[in-house]
Write a protein that binds this ligand. Structure first.
Ligand SMILES: [Zn+2]
Length: 79
């Protein structure tokens, strides 16, 4: 396991997805195709890498907190 470097769909090199309000430098990197902008809204489990060609995204596996495990066991869902 580990973070994939290439898109499993088309083989294109994956780009890092950056969240938050981008500054000028980040805009430039995005223009040059070095990073993907993920927007300023961050949810609890966001993809960290994306394919610039087909839009495939990689979301890393995430450990559940004790509270979430409890909710999942009790209600079968987290939200
Ligand atoms: Zn792709």
């Amino acid at each position: 396991m580990g973070t994939p470097r290439k898109c499993p769909e088309c083989g294109t090199k994956l780009l890092r997805i950056v969240y938050g309000m981008p500054d000028v430098g980040l805009f430039e990197e995005s223009e040059q195709g070095k990073v993907l902008l993920g927007g300023c809204c961050v949810s609890f489990n966001d993809p960290t890498r994306g394919c610039p060609d087909c839009g495939w995204q990689y979301t890393p596996p995430r450990e559940l907190t004790d509270e979430e495990k409890f909710l999942l066991e009790t209600f079968g869902r987290i939200d």
